[in-house]
Write a protein that binds this ligand. Structure first.
Ligand SMILES: [Zn+2]
Length: 191
């Protein structure tokens, strides 16, 4: 009698930067619901859980002439770690050791996925000097953030590309979920 064997339970691991943090383990029941994995292009962002989705409205017009569009916003949660954070850290002012002092959360606009807009909620560790006389504290800058904007460098580059195609601010706002002021600021900034 030939017995049908049960298939193994497959847990997919996102080995993005295993040295920096625990990889995301997607529960097996979630893998049965059609999830696509692909490289994010930002290996220092370690996703910690499945993204959350909310329905919202954005204004792709102006304050005076609003043009509201319904949209889906998908937020990914994860941790950023600079490579240096794997080492013991010392104060540049007084030379004492630094200790962890809580975390800081930042939300960056990121590349759209189809008609959904995305955000990355980035948690970072904050460090403070262990010398009580010294007030030094530090949070590593997010290496994949575009300079001067709360957007990822990947989204910044994408907006530059859309501008080079001659798309209007309103069209780019509809595609990316960014407001026109941000698109205008990106347009006037050199790469
Ligand atoms: Zn110090």
């Amino acid at each position: 009698m030939h017995e049908q064997k049960q298939r193994p339970v497959a847990q997919i691991r996102l080995a993005i930067d295993s040295a920096a943090s625990e990889p995301v383990v997607i529960p097996p029941e979630e893998t049965e619901h059609g999830i696509l994995f692909h490289p994010s292009g930002i290996p220092s962002f370690v996703q910690k859980e499945l993204p959350e989705e909310v329905s919202d409205k954005i204004n792709v017009g102006t304050a005076g002439e609003p043009d509201m569009h319904s949209c889906t916003i998908r937020t990914y949660y994860g941790i950023f770690r600079d490579k240096e954070e794997d080492s013991q850290l010392y104060c540049p002012k007084c030379g004492r050791q630094l200790a962890g002092n809580g975390t800081v959360s930042s939300t960056l606009f990121h590349l759209p996925e189809g008609s959904a807009y995305t955000r990355l909620e980035v948690i970072r560790h904050r460090y403070r000097c262990t010398n009580k006389e010294c007030r030094y504290s530090y949070v590593y800058p997010i290496s994949f953030q575009a300079s001067g904007h709360m957007v990822t460098q990947l989204l910044f580059d994408y907006v530059k590309q859309l501008l080079s195609y001659g798309l209007s601010y309103r069209q780019i706002a509809s595609i990316t979920g960014l407001n026109k002021n941000t698109i205008s600021a990106i347009n006037s900034q050199a790469v």
